[in-house]
Design a protein around this ligand. Structure first.
Ligand SMILES: Nc1ncnc2c1ncn2[C@@H]1O[C@H](COP(=O)(O)OP(=O)(O)OP(=O)(O)O)[C@@H](O)[C@H]1O
Ligand SMILES: [Mg+2]
Length: 426
């Protein structure tokens, strides 16, 4: 009577299984089926048998099958338990299971002197020396790279988060609600915090919604894919809905992604209820696609809109968007930080920041960026045309401010405040 017996592989066996796998491979042996693949097959209910002595795992065999074909992926034996017929018994048990599953043709690929070769020879397997094994290893991430390129996506540089000046309120909300649960999943789970899958950013033009979405992707180290409804909408109605479906299907192939949809009101505006409304089908399509998108880990949908009030209320429901975050006009502190970011290094000390901040009251970050560039340009032109050197002065920037039409109006700020009351969810 053998002291060992066979049983099904359990997930608890994993640690011991890997030890045996290590013991039964040659020092420089490179397996055809890597351990991750074998264990994945064992876990997924493919044929996997182990030999045990008491609590100790001494052998393991794993196969994978489809239709009438079975592949033996692994026959491994603990070194002390070789030459006792365990290998042959494992193979026989695997075969029994494969046959029961309809398999009629069993193959195995093993390195020449691997532990399992003897068991296979003893079990009647013919080795074939007329075959050559070919393989092509794609560099890691290649499949992703292809999908990403097809979607027009890319990896963003590090540091975009830190480049966001001022906007402390927005930064804090986004960091705590969105970034940290995704970068600290274990901790989040321990505290019962569910990481977000979709967020809506709303606010007036140029306040930094797109920049925040990119900054989040940069911090997560996830690829960034931007969807332009206006470009998808080269054709409308059914065409656009189908295009959306296709993009979402391709996204499912990526390991991780931040999907950004700007001007989302273009595709998710209030449904008019008219059967012929061409936007209607698209809104419905997006409503259907978001729950599926939410099922996958490591993905975040970030939508942005200047007009949150025109969005379909069904679209904003908590089950679809975890947070609806206002990205507001910069307050004086934020304006000061943004000015400082855009002033030429040489100008920082010479310029009266407080006056610029005061003069740029209804400016968005985008307006400040524009005015700062204009001020620097004036100083540059003075140097080139009149050789009157020196960096841009406070007056250069004040002139630039006077020449810049602010994006914000009192009315826009009022509306934004109403929107915060009515729509924001943090
Ligand atoms: N906090 C910030 N610090 C520095 N620059 C910023 C900041 N926020 C935005 N900007 C700059 O302002 C410009 C506009 O920002 P962005 O495109 O992100 O705004 P937006 O809210 O997406 O605008 P829109 O509604 O028009 O799409 C960008 O060039 C960006 O670099
Ligand atoms: Mg934008």
């Amino acid at each position: 009577m053998p002291v060992w017996h066979l049983r099904d592989y359990h997930e608890d066996d994993l640690d011991q299984a890997i030890q045996i796998w290590d013991q039964s491979r040659g020092a420089d042996e490179d397996r055809v089926f890597p351990v991750s693949e074998v264990m994945a097959a064992a876990k997924s209910g493919q044929s996997a048998v182990v030999a045990v002595v008491g609590d100790e795992l001494v052998g393991m065999a794993v196969a994978q099958s489809y239709a009438r074909r079975g592949w033996i992926l692994l026959v491994a034996l603990a070194s002390r338990w070789r030459e006792r017929g365990i290998g042959s018994a494992l193979v026989a048990e695997l075969e029994r299971r494969l046959r029961a599953a309809g398999v009629r043709h069993i193959s195995a690929l093993l390195p020449a002197h691997a532990a399992g070769t003897k068991a296979l020879a003893n079990s009647g397997y013919q080795s074939r020396d007329d075959l050559t094994y070919y393989e092509k290893l794609e560099p890691p991430g290649t499949a992703d790279a292809d999908v990403l390129a097809a979607l027009g996506g890319r990896m963003l540089p590090e540091g975009l988060w830190d480049a966001m000046a001022g906007m402390e309120r927005e930064k804090q909300v986004i960091e705590r609600r969105v970034v940290l649960p995704l970068t600290e999943p274990v901790l989040a789970d321990r505290y019962g915090v569910v990481p977000p899958k979709a967020v809506m950013l709303f606010g007036p033009p140029g306040t930094g919604k797109t920049s925040f979405a990119k900054a989040v992707a940069s911090r997560l180290g996830w690829p960034f894919v931007e969807l332009f409804p206006s470009r998808l909408a080269a054709d409308t109605g059914e065409g656009l809905a189908a295009a959306l479906r296709e993009v979402f299907a391709e996204l499912a192939e990526l390991d991780s992604v931040v999907l950004f949809i700007d001007e989302v009101e273009e595709i998710a505006a209030v449904r008019s209820g008219k059967a012929v409304d061409p936007g209607h089908g698209v809104t419905n399509e997006l409503l259907k696609l978001i729950p599926v998108f939410r099922e996958h880990d490591a993905r975040l949908l970030a939508c942005a809109t200047n007009s949150v009030r025109s969005l379909d209320p069904a679209f904003l429901r908590p089950g679809r968007f975890d947070y609806v975050i206002p990205i507001g006009p910069p307050d004086p502190t934020a304006r000061s930080a943004i000015w400082a970011r855009y002033l030429r290094a040489a100008a920082t000390d010479a310029v009266d920041l407080a006056r610029l901040v005061e003069a740029s009251k209804l400016f968005t970050p985008a307006d400040i960026e524009y005015a700062a560039r204009k001020g620097a340009q004036a100083a540059f032109e003075r140097e080139v045309t009149r050789r009157q050197g020196g960096p841009a002065t406070t007056d250069d920037y004040l002139t630039a401010i006077a020449d810049t039409r602010p994006t914000l109006t009192a009315r826009a700020i009022e509306e934004f405040t109403e929107d915060i009351d009515k729509h924001s969810r943090l």
